[in-house]
Design a protein around this ligand. Structure first.
Ligand code: MN
Length: 233
């Protein structure tokens, strides 16, 4: 079988397209240098794995390093995709996502306030993340330290905001709250809504007949999803 490695994904927009909220210079260095560094870090570990046997390594240390680099790689990929140039980006969520936000936070304003608070109060380097609990079907805000600490396993990450200094320092210096406020103008709500709908669909299949999602064909997915939606009315 072919062995895959990590590759830096292209941005879904141009480097200058998120300005004035994120400048071209800031976005370019973030994507080309910082995201690339996690790709390289993760692949260096894969190279170690591919050099088995004969190569001895400290499994504990490697596992920790892997979690950091792969976490960094994945979160940045999610981050680029959950932003879009204004006016496509920004505004307020609609559809399923809006319903869930109202159910679990009371209002969009309250959600925005709590998410911003998570982003502003992250100690050192980390992320604010909106996630969905597959057990209770509730939205939770996760505050990820570095790229991998405080993560709850198996919670789908729906939206992230990078609050490492490398994400905003060129544009906002030390004033993180201004960057967090600017973020709301470029959130791609359509993408975040797509993520929650896919996750609900996957969870609904599990709920309906207790089988593994990956065993199901797409048609069966759709039938079950409709049945589940009907049952929620
Ligand atoms: Mn970053």
């Amino acid at each position: 079988m072919v062995k895959k490695i990590y590759e830096l994904p292209a941005l879904p927009y141009g480097y200058e397209d998120l300005a004035p909220y994120i400048s071209k210079e800031q976005l370019q260095i973030h994507h080309d240098k910082h995201h690339q560094a996690y790709v390289d870090g993760a692949n260096a570990i894969l190279q170690k794995f591919d050099s088995r046997p004969g190569l001895e390594f400290d499994v504990k240390a490697v596992a920790k390093e892997l979690s950091f680099h792969v976490g960094g790689f994945l979160l940045h990929k999610l981050f680029w995709e959950n932003m879009a140039p204004a006016p496509k980006g920004g505004g307020e969520p609609t559809g399923t996502l809006a319903q869930y936000i109202n159910k679990d936070f009371g209002s969009f304003e309250r959600f925005k306030q709590e998410f911003s608070q998570a982003a502003n109060s992250t100690e050192g380097s980390g992320w604010a993340a909106l996630t969905l609990c597959p057990v209770t079907d509730r939205l939770f805000i996760m505050q990820v330290e570095k790229h991998n600490i405080n993560v709850i396993p198996n919670f789908k990450v729906l939206m992230v905001l990078d609050v490492w200094e490398h994400a905003y320092y060129l544009d906002y210096k030390n004033v993180r709250p201004s960057y967090v406020e600017a973020f709301w103008n470029i959130v791609n709500w359509e993408e975040v809504n797509r993520r929650i709908e896919i996750e609900i669909l996957a969870n609904s299949v599990n709920l309906v007949d207790n089988r593994r999602v990956l065993d199901m064909k797409l048609e069966e997915f759709k039938v079950n999803f409709d049945a589940w939606l009907e049952s929620m009315k």
